[in-house]
Write a protein that binds this ligand. Sequence first.
Ligand code: NI
Ligand code: MN
Length: 230
Amino acid sequence: MKLTFLGHACVFVESDAHRIIIDPFLSGNPLARLGPEEIACEYVIVTHGHGDHLGDTIEIAKKNDAMVISNFEIATYCNQQGVEKIHPMHIGGAAQFPFGRVKLTIAHHGSGFVTENNEIITLGNPAGVLLTIAGKTIYHAGDTGLFYDMKLIGDMNDIDVALLPIGDNFTMGIDDAVKAVEFLQPKLTVPIHYKTFDLIDVDPQEFAGKVSAQGGDVRILDVGDSLVVA
Ligand code: NI
Ligand code: MN
């Protein structure tokens, strides 16, 4: 399984036969190096309705005839916007797909979406994602504050890679994310959701140092960097 960081909270996950993108915020992302038109995938997983996560989901799904996997409200919204293949689910539920398994977990955050008419509509509850593919388990926490149930997620899952927001202000900051690593006990942690905007400009090296001090492993990925998990 190969995981490529596309910036902010967006990762591209590939196995031999499948391609999945999570939270494809590329247009409007100052750090992104690819545009939505360059993405080829069969599935789009969306953690919540904020623009920096739902992002280019509809465009990518339509162009690739890809399936959107998300909470009921986001999946239904995408369907109303012309996405043909959707798989609605919700927090606590898991489902099997040709590539593996997806389970939605809790996240403490919002899921409001600003429409073209400048109205805010609430697209369900925000979630994290446990993605199992090619025998490996990735936990993408979505946007969230620290919560103690991360310990339960860590106890019940053998997490190979945890993708954790560290940028503070909208999500966990560095110290809370370090505590999250302690709860989750992943083999490897990749920090996400930092530097994209001034409000979340934190130093991932500080996070890496604090996690190593407690015996964990961190890999800082630059935009475009890949990680092979074998
Ligand atoms: Ni958000
Ligand atoms: Mn966000």
